[in-house]
Design a protein around this ligand. Sequence first.
Ligand code: A2P
Ligand code: MG
Ligand code: MG
Ligand code: MG
Length: 337
Amino acid sequence: MSGSPAVVMRLVASAYTVAEKAGAIVRKVLHSGELGIVEKTGANDLQTLADRLAQQSICASLYRRFPKITIIGEEDLPAEEIKEDLIENGHSEEILQKTCPAEYSGLKEEELVVWVDPLDGTKEYTEASRLLHHPTGALTPHKGSDTSQLHSTALWLLDNVTVLIGIAYEGKAIAGVINQPFYNYQLGSGAELGRTMWGMPGLGAFGFTLKEAPGDRRIITTTRSHSNKVVTECVDAMEPHEVIKVGGAGNKIIQLVEGRASAYVFASLGCKKWDTCAPEAILTAVGGKLTDMHGNAYRYDANVKHMNSAGVLATLRNHEYYVSRVPQSVRQALKTD
Ligand SMILES: Nc1ncnc2c1ncn2[C@@H]1O[C@H](COP(=O)(O)O)[C@@H](O)[C@H]1OP(=O)(O)O
Ligand SMILES: [Mg+2]
Ligand SMILES: [Mg+2]
Ligand SMILES: [Mg+2]
């Protein structure tokens, strides 16, 4: 490679390190026990101090380096001076060494739209915190006790949490970074927590080992905290061998690419563009697909509606099968934009 790296590669390289910093903020707020929870539209739509700080950190850090990009973050925050210790100036040297796919090498800052979900799986994050900071002391569990059980549940919930930074060009998700702040929780105290995955269609996906779910089983991953009758009806229509209910859109895409699930099915509104942009880029980079329940692609232009009104259907393989199983009643309930 000659000359300076392509703008989009520099942006992904920065987003990688910025997502790591956001992940560290998410861990720190959890340990403080002071979550500062705010209800947005209701009890299942929450915002915490971690969502706020992580978004401020991500947006301010990226804008400092790339002043002309458009960033759309989940949280509505007042414009204010960001504390310097929230700024991340680093980047991943490894990403800068990669060759940018030719079609993206000439993209300009002002053509890129960045979709930021500072904390995906907020509901699970707050539930985990409640368990960990339970008066019976689940933070310091004794083996075999009830608190040990609470502790395990809390850690399992925390594994649902991710930080999502997606990059779009001409309405398409062309790069994505996912940080999973509590990855490796099974290794116990003292283990270094967190990992970062990233991907770009045409270049590949990194930070995990791609694995396909068993071809002879339909394992459906779906919502844990935003279910309703239509959601359940649609999962049942897939004739699943197994259903896994977990939190977070990022987390469910990780399950697809690591072979724990064959399809992510969410026949409801609720997920927004920042939930799906980064996951879609990584999934597409390994040959998968993310669409609405009709099999139509979502667009990520700066001016699109934020809500993914026609649901989310994502697979690594056999997308058409799952689209074909969506019941007529669901198709009618969820119209393509
Ligand atoms: N009804 C809803 N209200 C608010 N956010 C939702 C809703 N449904 C889904 N989401 C967002 O999509 C993610 C995936 O959904 P689910 O966990 O239910 O499968 C959630 O973690 C949440 O993102 P976030 O946690 O960033 O607010
Ligand atoms: Mg939210
Ligand atoms: Mg989210
Ligand atoms: Mg969020």
